[in-house]
Write a protein of this length. Structure first.
Length: 255
């Protein structure tokens, strides 16, 4: 490792509710000289930073990136090479569609010490907060998680829709804008039209909303138009458990 380099924490902030961050995650915020944070990180967590900490927003929204990923990588390395402690704070978990692997590799190549601080991913938290278990002994022995973004260049991995259609429970993150395409791909790969589907907006947050339907009906349901990202999409028989397991009284249910 570099002799006088600082350390970088690649920290998952959890699904949105600031109380769902880990103890180690909170420690990494309070230790940091520099915090580089994303759009979905709760402002309550940023308030835990030291008063003298440098706060750098690098949030990404669809079609709007504050910094390119390569620039974020360079920023983390540059601050650490100054001898500073840097916390890269991401929504969810840094290694679940968070590009934490790319950032860690960039740091490793330069001999910069880093620590991965896992976070609770929305792929399990959003369904749970909507009363949907991603596995159930009688309904699903496994679940799969995919991105709703299809690849845009030859270096990106694409979704194998035939494989995805065979999942007992399928969770799609970042897929709201592509919902018609996702449904089309699943139906085209023999997923039954009667398969239950739930769209969970802002799981664990006060803005949480849920729409439930089937692959046959979901794209024509008017409630879907009221949803805004982030939305976790859950597909499979486990969605039927929601009727029994809804536990969050504050949720405004749209279905």
């Amino acid at each position: 490792m570099g002799g006088d380099y600082g350390k970088v924490y690649l920290t998952g902030a959890g699904p949105g509710d600031p109380k769902l961050i880990t103890v180690r995650g909170l420690e990494s915020i309070r230790l940091a000289d520099v915090i580089v944070y994303d759009r979905l990180v709760s402002g309550e967590l940023i308030k835990e930073a030291r008063k003298d900490a440098e706060l750098i927003y690098v949030g990404k929204a669809s079609g709007r990136h504050t910094l390119k990923q390569e620039d974020i990588n360079a920023l983390l390395a540059e601050r650490a090479m100054r001898g500073l402690t840097v916390t890269r704070l991401k929504g969810g978990d840094p290694f679940v569609f968070g590009r934490g692997g790319e950032e860690a590799a960039h740091l490793a190549e330069r001999g910069i010490e880093f620590e991965i601080v896992p976070g609770i991913s929305s792929c399990i938290a959003a369904p749970a907060y909507a009363g949907i278990p991603v596995t159930h002994r009688k309904l699903a022995a496994s679940f799969a998680v995919i991105t709703g973004h299809e690849c845009t260049d030859k270096d990106s991995a694409c979704v194998d829709w035939a494989w995805a259609a065979g999942a007992e429970t399928l969770v799609v993150l970042m897929g709201l804008a592509q919902l018609p395409y996702i449904v089309e791909q699943l139906l085209g790969n023999d997923k039954p039209p009667s398969t239950p589907i739930a769209l969970v907006q802002s799981g664990s947050c006060s803005e949480q909303r849920t729409v439930v339907g089937t692959l046959r009906t979901i794209t024509s349901q008017p409630e879907v138009a009221e949803l805004v990202s982030p939305v976790a999409i859950v597909i499979g028989p486990v969605v039927t458990m929601r009727d029994k397991l809804k536990w969050r009284a504050v949720e405004a249910v749209l279905n």
